[in-house]
Design a protein around this ligand. Structure first.
Ligand SMILES: C[S@@+](CC[C@H](N)C(=O)[O-])C[C@H]1O[C@@H](n2cnc3c(N)ncnc32)[C@H](O)[C@@H]1O
Length: 228
């Protein structure tokens, strides 16, 4: 199980510290000339500010009914329009090609295999307008961090325990109250391979949301790819 509904109930607390990505995705949306799509839209944490800043209806796809219910409530509260659809991003199919598809907060890492990701990248490429962009971010695996955190219990931001399954490039996050969600990390070359097989081009790779250069020390991949 890559996403456990138990996380939905604590998601606002879980994601409270993650705010620096919002101006980044909002900036891309403001530059987009056409439909906007968020993969794994969750509770609308990013889609609501994107819709507010652009005045556009954002199409959001997510597999979790509980997260979508929260997104619906947040959109109503903010007075913005989201087109929320329950579905698996591996089955992405749009009626109208998009100018921007984006996937924040490492959500592509919920896909267990390279083949799952290839499928998403190919579907994204097929769903973009010529010149349309695909943007996402994901953490870069760090063995020192893994050694420090493996097996550790932390009360922050909500009580949980992390387990690193290095042989399967997987992190399991288990909440104290029950519920385990997993993330499968990917290397830079895996991301570049996905861009390549999907027929996209890398427009930029940064090490953070403020356009920090990507270096050996970077711990986040912030990618923007483009359909030629
Ligand atoms: C970390 S949350 C990100 C939510 C939101 N994008 C944000 O930035 O706050 C991960 C989301 O991925 C969704 N998810 C996991 N696997 C999925 C899949 N195969 N297709 C669509 N959504 C998926 C989960 O339901 C969850 O809402």
């Amino acid at each position: 199980m890559s996403w456990d509904e138990a996380f939905a109930h604590r998601y606002d607390e879980w994601a409270a510290a993650m705010t620096e990505d919002i101006p980044f995705y909002v900036g891309l949306a403001l530059e987009a000339d056409g439909p906007l799509v968020e993969l794994a839209v969750g509770n609308g944490r990013v889609a609501v500010p994107v819709a507010r800043a652009t005045g556009q209806r954002v199409l959001g796809i997510d597999i979790s009914p509980a997260m979508l219910a929260q997104a619906r409530a947040k959109a109503a509260e903010a007075g913005v329009e989201l087109d929320l659809r329950e579905g698996d991003m591996r089955d992405l199919s749009l009626e109208e090609p998009a100018a921007l598809v984006y996937c924040p907060f490492r959500a592509l890492l919920h896909l267990p295999t390279w083949a799952d990701r290839r499928r998403v990248f190919e579907r994204v490429a097929a769903s973009l307008l010529p010149g349309g962009r695909f943007a996402w971010n994901a953490f870069a695996f760090d063995h020192a961090i893994a050694a420090r955190l493996d097996g550790r219990h932390d009360d922050d931001p909500v009580p949980h325990t992390l387990r690193y399954a290095v042989g399967d490039n997987r992190i399991d996050i288990t909440l104290d109250g029950g519920g385990t969600s997993s993330l499968w990390w990917a290397t830079k070359n895996e991301w570049l391979g996905l861009v390549d097989v999907a027929g996209l081009e890398v427009e930029s790779l940064h090490g953070g949301f403020a356009a920090e250069p990507f270096t050996d020390e970077s711990r986040e991949y912030v990618f923007v790819a483009r359909r030629p």
